[in-house]
Design a protein around this ligand. Structure first.
Ligand code: GLV
Ligand code: MN
Ligand code: MN
Ligand code: MN
Length: 390
C-alpha cells in the first residue's frame, strides 16, 4: 500500500505494520521473538522515540514505552501484544498497541502513561498463553518459563537471549491498566464496548498411545489404534460442551509416525475448553476425560492427560467498567471467552478492557476484521479513558 496525504493517522500506522509477518493465507505468522515480532518491536521502539517516550524491557520479554518515569506511582498502563496464532488476524493484539500510541498523541504530555507490548500472549510458540503477563505478575517464575520449548526445541530462555533488563517492574505502583482489543465473537453491535469478565479456560494435552503397525496387513480386530480414541474424544468434547453451554475445541494434533499406510503409535491432541463458570468448566473437562479413558479401555489404547495452562474466571473491576461505560455514553458491557493479558493483570491492578466491533465475528483467522472508522472510535475512546484515569 502507498501512503497518501489523505490517510488518517490510524491508516498510516496500520499500513506500516500490515505487511510484517503476513502469510499467503492473508493471516499472520507473528510468533513471539521470531523475526516478524522482533521487527514489530523495533517499530514499537521507533514509535516511542518519535514521541520522546523512554523504552524499557523487564528481562522477561515484555516491552514498555513510558511518558514520565517508568513504573512511577499513578501511571496508567495500556497496550496489548504483537504475537499471533498461526494464520491469525492482524487486529488481535496489534490494534491495542497502535491505538495506545495514537491515544497518547491526543493526551497532554503531562499525563503519566505506559504502553506495554506483552510477549507470547497467544502461547503460539511456547504453549503457555499470556506468558509475559504471567511472568510480570509472578504467576509463573522465570525458571519455569525458561524451560518451555517451541516446536523446534528452542527454549524460551534461548529465544529471549540476552535481553537487557531495565528497572525492576513495580506493578503495585500502576494505577490502572486498560487494554484495547478487537472483539472476537458476535457479541458487540456498537463500535466500542467494555469488558465485564473473561470465561475460565484452559489447555489440556491428551496423549493417546497405541501400537503402530502395518495398514495393509493388520487385521481390524487386532488393532490398537489411538486415532480411534482420539476421534471419539473430538466428538465427545463437542457433545459435552454443547450440553453445558461451554466451548470445547481440538484444533491441534500431532500423529506418529504420521504415515498414510501405518496405524499410528501416538496421537497427541490439545483440548481447549472454556465455560462461563469454573464449576461448569471442571465438569465438562472431567466428563470428556472420563469418557475418553473408558473408550481407550475398549480400543486397547492408553490416555494420559496433562493440564498445560488453566486460567480461572476473571471479573474485571466493576466500578471501573461502569465508569468507563458511562464516560463513553453507556457503551455496552460484555463478557468474552477469549483470554487476555488484561485478565492476568487484573488480579494485581484495577483493570479494564475496551472492545472494538468485529463485523465478521471471526477471530484467530485471516477473516478477522474491524473497520477503520471503528478503530478510530476505539482510539478516541481509549484517549478519553486515559485522560479520565491519569
Ligand atoms: C487467546 O487469544 C485465547 O483466548 O486463546
Ligand atoms: Mn488471540
Ligand atoms: Mn489478543
Ligand atoms: Mn488472547
Amino acid at each position: 500500500m502507498t501512503l497518501d496525504a489523505g490517510m488518517t493517522e490510524f491508516a498510516k500506522l496500520w499500513a506500516e505494520i500490515a505487511p510484517i509477518g503476513r502469510a499467503d493465507s492473508g493471516g499472520y505468522l507473528r510468533f513471539a521473538l521470531t523475526e516478524p515480532e522482533l521487527t514489530l518491536r523495533d517499530w514499537f521502539r521507533a514509535q516511542a522515540s518519535a514521541r520522546d517516550m523512554l523504552v524499557t524491557e523487564d528481562g522477561n520479554g515484555n516491552l514498555f514505552a513510558w511518558r514520565g518515569e517508568p513504573w512511577a506511582p499513578g501511571t496508567v498502563l495500556t497496550g496489548s501484544h504483537f504475537d499471533s496464532v498461526p494464520h491469525g488476524g492482524g487486529y488481535d493484539g496489534p490494534l491495542g498497541i497502535v491505538s495506545a500510541f495514537l491515544a497518547a498523541d491526543r493526551l497532554e504530555k503531562s499525563r503519566r502513561i505506559g504502553i506495554a507490548a506483552f510477549v507470547e500472549e497467544e502461547g503460539g510458540r511456547f504453549g503457555v498463553p499470556c506468558l509475559g503477563s504471567r511472568l510480570l505478575t509472578g504467576f509463573i517464575k522465570p525458571d519455569q518459563a525458561a524451560a518451555l520449548r517451541d516446536r523446534d526445541g528452542i527454549s524460551f530462555e534461548e529465544a529471549l537471549g540476552a535481553r537487557p533488563a531495565g528497572p525492576e517492574p513495580r506493578i503495585e505502583q500502576i494505577a490502572a491498566l486498560v487494554e484495547l482489543h478487537i472483539e472476537q465473537g458476535r457479541a458487540l453491535e456498537t463500535p466500542v464496548g467494555v469488558a465485564s469478565a473473561i470465561w475460565p479456560h484452559g489447555r489440556w494435552r491428551m496423549d493417546f498411545t497405541g501400537v503402530g503397525d502395518h495398514a495393509g496387513t493388520t487385521r481390524m480386530t487386532d488393532r490398537r489404534d489411538p486415532m480411534l480414541t482420539f476421534a471419539f474424544t473430538v466428538l465427545a468434547a463437542n457433545k459435552e460442551a454443547r450440553l453445558s453451554g461451554a466451548h470445547a475445541t481440538m484444533g491441534r494434533v500431532q500423529v506418529e509416525p504420521n504415515a498414510t499406510n501405518a496405524i499410528p503409535s501416538l496421537v497427541r491432541g490439545w483440548l481447549d475448553a472454556r465455560a462461563a463458570d469454573t464449576a461448569t468448566l471442571d465438569r465438562v473437562v472431567d466428563e470428556i476425560v472420563r469418557k475418553s479413558t473408558e473408550r481407550a479401555g475398549r480400543d486397547g489404547t492408553a490416555l494420559a492427560v496433562t493440564a498445560e495452562s488453566v486460567t480461572g474466571e476473571v471479573a474485571f473491576h466493576e466500578e471501573l467498567a461502569r465508569r468507563i461505560s458511562s464516560l463513553l455514553g453507556d457503551a455496552p458491557i460484555l463478557p468474552t471467552g477469549a483470554g487476555h493479558d488484561a485478565g492476568v493483570m487484573s488480579a494485581h491492578v484495577p483493570t479494564a478492557m475496551l472492545f472494538v466491533r468485529n463485523p465478521t465475528g471471526v477471530s484467530h483467522s485471516p477473516a478477522e476484521h474491524a473497520s477503520d472508522a471503528d478503530c478510530e472510535a476505539g482510539i478516541e475512546a481509549l484517549a478519553k479513558v486515559l485522560e479520565d484515569l491519569t
